[in-house]
Design a binder for this molecule. Sequence first.
Ligand code: SAM
Ligand code: SF4
Length: 341
Amino acid sequence: MATDSFGRRIDYLRISVTDRCNLRCIYCMPPEGVQWKPHDEMLSFEEIERFAKVAVQEGISKIRLTGGEPLVRHGIVDHVRRLREITGLEAIAITTNGTLLRRYAAELKEAGLERVNVSLDTLDPDTFAHVTRGGSLKAVLDGLEAAFEVGMDPVKLNVVVVRRLEQDLLGFARMTLERPLHVRFIEYMPVGGVSNEASCASGSTDIWTEDDYVPAEEILGRLQLEAIEAGLGELLPVAKNRAPGGWGPARYYRLGDAPGTLGVISPLSHHFCGECNRLRLTADGKLRTCLFSDDELDVRTVLRQGSEEDVHEIIRTALATKPASHNMRIGTVRGMSQIGG
Ligand code: SAM
Ligand code: SF4
């Protein structure tokens, strides 16, 4: 079991397999797009798998693949299959924008991936096209459908709440009445925005403003009110042991006896740093100990020039230097598409 210097158990690794994406969400990517890293600066699948194997020996038991959009990287299904074979790894999950999920859901499931988080901020096709700068809502809903069809479990929906988008939160709540879908509303975070480099190189956006930030308590208040007004009943807290199996800090609620749940993730209004259980590996091979900290350890060089013991050592260094909490609201040099969410 791995613990950091504050006694937190660290058993969860998020791996960004690419900085590329087939969407351009306004809060995640700069309008001019991201200047993709050269191929040789990106970790190969073989390098990621070597790192993951050592990480599991050091105490990691859960891996989530993210990006950019993980499903745009060629060979992702075989990568999942090889990761799944690592002795000691309990589960693999993916966070995806869902656009390619219809194409890959069955193969991913067969390769050993059961848990999927689909990111979707609006159920209105025009707003969706605006937020993603041209994406198709239909493709994402179809991908979500495919996840259920192949039996992925749990299936979660990530909704970043941004005030100016005027999202229909109740529309998402209604979806939880129909099937075991776990919708999580996420506070909009000031990631990116302090880049000294050109934003297209760092993948940073600088559009976050305090005005667009909606605290979790406001999200819950709005949902509660709208659900009661619509005759859907009250939003009731779900006990931790009855919440959908998760690796993160969401707080869950349920509308009556709905099969699905509604959750909030509140990195800004409720620090959950004390329970933080994760490390992040970027697609270019940097290990981040905190989403909000730009301090990174150079895994890529160690994988290419060091020994296996050096890889163990860099993970131990990460555990020893993981900060107690984050400096929220100051932004980061790298944008979310490069860090992996
Ligand atoms: N492309 C995949 C997707 O969209 O799910 C995986 C990568 S994306 C960077 C991971 C998650 O980060 C998504 O759920 C996205 O909505 C979320 N995200 C991006 N920028 C964010 C921000 N500024 N605040 C909160 N969440 C953000
Ligand atoms: Fe792509 Fe995901 Fe970022 Fe949207 S949030 S631009 S889908 S990486």
